[in-house]
Design a protein around this ligand. Structure first.
Ligand SMILES: [Zn+2]
Length: 268
């Protein structure tokens, strides 16, 4: 068995690869042992997923949505306690508790105040540049592997496909410094669908592949309502931009095809 990214023998590798990090609420989409070797698995955790997960916007989202890390914690974010005291805010969802850490030199000032207001960011920008594109390249290839994992020779084909080497190397080694990703908001971060039994289901993540009329392959992923698209064949996003312009309000993703999505965005 060979690793999807470095193509080295991975038959002795023990780790399973989460296609989307556990810290973004994924416990189900996992690749079997050896699809990604231990070395690449470790590298991705530190070199690709961590910069994405620790970016201010994603940290705020994880705080807002109370997404637990591997260690079972919601990330701490920075806030302001009026008037102007910088604080660190931590949530403990199981205890239904929020703690506010005040710097020692501001402690007396805060205590002397009769009332105060805690200001915490509710949204931040998504990562850009190679932090975003390498994260997307990794998930795109792994999502392909997930589809081919059970078919005879499917993973061998994916490893050997030279057309995917630039994408592979971008994810694993950061080669091709600029690989554009198309980003747009499809629905609010707390968007939900109503399932057959009438219960609300939040759409945390969903993904699919799009083949355009020009024969280009795109991987499309939505995380908490924001859609990201990457071209699998090269660092060019013009074909996807054209597709979006030609099909306003459409997406290959399930929830936009599903009329039961609430609440729908009011403007494009
Ligand atoms: Zn590897």
């Amino acid at each position: 068995m060979r690793c999807l990214f470095c193509k080295a023998d991975s038959s002795r590798s023990r780790s399973v690869e989460h296609i989307i990090p556990e810290s973004l609420g994924n416990s189900r989409h996992i690749l079997g042992r050896g699809v990604v070797c231990d070395g690449c698995n470790n590298y991705f955790a530190k070199g690709v997923e961590k910069p994405f997960l620790e970016s201010p916007g994603v940290k705020t989202l994880r705080f807002e949505q109370e997404l637990l890390s591997k260690k079972g914690r919601v990330p701490t974010i920075s806030g302001l306690l009026s008037p102007g005291v910088p604080v660190e805010v931590t949530r403990f969802p199981k205890l239904e508790l929020t703690s506010v850490a005040v710097p020692p030199d501001a402690f007396e000032r805060v205590i002397a105040q009769k009332s105060g207001q805690l200001l915490i960011p509710t949204a931040g920008p998504w990562p850009t540049g190679s932090v975003l594109s390498r994260f997307m390249a990794k998930i795109a290839l792994e999502s392909m592997a997930a589809r081919l994992e059970t078919s005879e020779g499917g993973l061998d084909y994916l490893c050997g496909e030279a057309q995917l080497d630039p994408l592979r190397d971008h994810a694993r080694r950061g080669t091709t410094p600029i690989w554009p990703v198309h980003v747009r908001q499809l629905y609010p971060s707390d968007g939900y669908i109503v399932d057959a039994s009438g219960d609300r289901q939040q759409i945390v993540h969903e993904s699919d592949f799009l083949v355009t009329a020009a024969g280009e392959w795109y991987f499309v992923l939505a995380l908490f309502g924001t859609e990201f698209a990457i071209n699998l064949s090269g660092p060019d996003i013009d074909g996807y931009r054209r597709w979006v312009l030609e099909k306003p309000g459409e997406s290959v993703l399930y929830s936009l095809k599903n009329l039961a999505l609430h609440p729908m965005p009011t403007s494009a």
